[in-house]
Design a protein around this ligand. Structure first.
Ligand SMILES: [Zn+2]
Length: 370
C-alpha cells in the first residue's frame, strides 16, 4: 500500500512543471490535434526543443517566428518545446494559429503526429472556465466551478493515456479553448489557486451539469457506479425552467425499426420531483418507460429515451396527445454533482463557494494542494 502511494507520488511530482519555488503546479497534457502530417508553431519567448525520451536539446527556437514541423522530418518519437528562461506558465504557443498557454509536445505515431499542449493546471483552467460556465455568473459560483473543474482535471488525468495525453478539448473531458483572458473567470481561478475537493483525503470526481431541475441525481442511477459524495440532493431554492419536446407519433415509431408498428400507449408514472416510483429514481428521473405499439411492448431506459430524442434531461413526463408524443420536463444535463444554475442562484443568495460545493458534493472537503 505504502509503496503504491510512494510510486504515485513520485509520478505525480515527476510530471510537474519545472519546480519554481512557490509556483509549483501540475502540468497537463491536453490533446489538441491528432492525425496530422505537419503543424505550424510559434512561441512567445525563446525556447528549446527537446527529445523527450533522452531529455537532450535538439535545437533552440527563437521567439515570435512561425515554423513548420513535419512528420517525416522529425526524428524523435516524442519532442517537447519548452521555454528557455521563463516559467512555462508565462509562455504562449500558437498551434496552427490558435494560442495556448504553456509549451507543446509532438508524439510521432505510425503515420501521423499528435500535437499536445503542455499546460500548467491553473493556465489550463483559464481556457476551461469561460466555456463551462457563463462569466456573467456571480464570482462565488465561478469559484465553485473553478474548484470542480480543477478537481475533475486531476482526477481524470490520463483518461486519454492510450492516445498519449491526459485530457481532450471536448465535453468528453471538459471544453478547453486555449489561451483565453477573461478577468472574472481568471479571478475565480486565482482566488481558489490549487484548491481541490477530496473525499477521505483522495481526489473527488467532481462531475457537474447545467441544471438539476429541482434535485440532483445519484451517480449510480446514471453511470452505474456508486460514489458516496455523488448522491441526489434536493435544491433548497426551486429554480428550474420547464422544457417541452414534441415528436410526431410517426417519427417516434420510426425510431424503433420496422417491426415496431405504431405507438398506441405509454406507461410511465406521473413526475413529482423528489418522489421515487417503480419506474423512477428517488429524484423522479425516468428509470424506464413502457412503450406499447400495435406489435409489441418495449421497456426503454430513461437514458436511452434521452439519447434517442435529444431530451435535455431524464426528469420528464411523457404522453400521447393526438398525433404527437409530448415530453415535458425539468433540468438540463445528466444531473450528477454540481448544478451550475443552482450554483448561480445560491451565490446570488449570498452563499460562499465552499457552501455551494458542500451542498452538491456531500461529505467532501476542500484542500489546498499547492
Ligand atoms: Zn476526453
Amino acid at each position: 500500500m505504502f509503496r503504491k502511494i510512494f510510486i504515485a507520488a513520485v509520478i505525480f511530482f515527476m510530471s510537474a512543471s519545472v519546480a519554481e519555488a512557490g509556483v509549483w503546479q501540475p502540468e497537463l497534457r491536453v490533446g489538441i490535434l491528432s492525425g496530422v502530417k505537419q503543424v505550424t508553431l510559434k512561441v512567445s519567448a525563446p525556447c528549446i526543443m527537446i527529445d523527450a525520451s533522452t531529455n537532450k536539446t535538439i535545437t533552440e527556437i527563437p521567439a515570435d517566428r512561425s515554423f513548420v514541423l513535419n512528420f517525416s522530418r522529425l526524428k524523435s518519437e516524442a519532442t517537447e518545446i519548452r521555454p528557455e528562461k521563463i516559467p512555462i506558465k508565462d509562455l504562449q504557443t500558437s498551434i496552427d494559429g490558435q494560442n495556448y498557454f504553456g509549451g507543446v509536445r509532438l508524439n510521432k505515431g505510425k503515420d501521423f503526429l499528435t500535437v499536445i499542449n503542455l499546460a500548467p493546471l491553473e493556465e489550463y483552467l483559464r481556457g476551461v472556465l469561460p466555456r463551462e460556465m457563463s462569466p456573467s455568473y456571480p464570482l462565488e459560483a465561478l469559484k465553485a466551478q473553478a474548484v470542480a473543474a480543477r478537481s475533475f482535471a486531476l482526477k481524470n488525468r490520463g483518461k486519454h493515456e492510450a492516445e498519449g495525453f491526459d485530457l481532450c478539448t471536448s465535453t468528453h473531458c471538459q471544453i478547453f479553448i486555449g489561451a483565453k483572458v477573461s478577468e472574472i473567470t481568471d479571478k475565480a481561478i486565482d482566488d481558489t489557486h490549487g484548491e481541490v475537493l477530496v473525499y477521505n483525503n483522495k481526489l473527488a470526481d467532481t462531475n457537474f451539469h447545467a441544471d438539476s431541475g429541482g434535485m440532483t441525481e445519484s451517480v449510480v442511477n446514471v453511470w452505474g457506479k456508486d460514489t458516496p459524495y455523488l448522491v441526489a440532493v434536493k435544491e433548497i431554492i426551486q429554480l428550474s425552467e420547464p422544457w417541452t419536446v414534441k415528436v410526431t407519433t410517426k417519427d417516434f415509431s420510426s425510431r424503433f425499426g420496422e417491426g415496431f408498428g405504431e405507438v398506441k400507449e405509454i406507461k410511465l408514472s406521473k413526475l413529482t420531483v423528489g418522489k421515487e416510483e417503480d419506474d423512477r429514481t428517488p429524484s423522479g428521473r425516468v428509470k424506464f418507460a413502457q412503450v406499447v405499439s400495435s406489435k409489441k411492448t418495449l421497456k426503454l431506459a430513461g437514458n436511452e429515451l434521452r439519447r434517442k430524442f435529444s431530451l435535455p434531461s431524464t426528469l420528464f413526463d411523457m404522453k400521447i396527445d393526438g398525433k404527437e408524443i409530448i415530453f415535458a420536463g425539468y433540468g438540463r444535463g445528466h444531473g450528477v454533482g454540481m448544478a451550475q444554475k443552482g450554483a448561480k442562484f445560491y451565490a446570488e443568495d449570498g452563499w460562499s463557494y465552499e457552501k455551494i460545493l458542500e451542498h452538491y458534493y456531500s461529505g467532501t472537503k476542500l484542500k489546498k494542494l499547492y
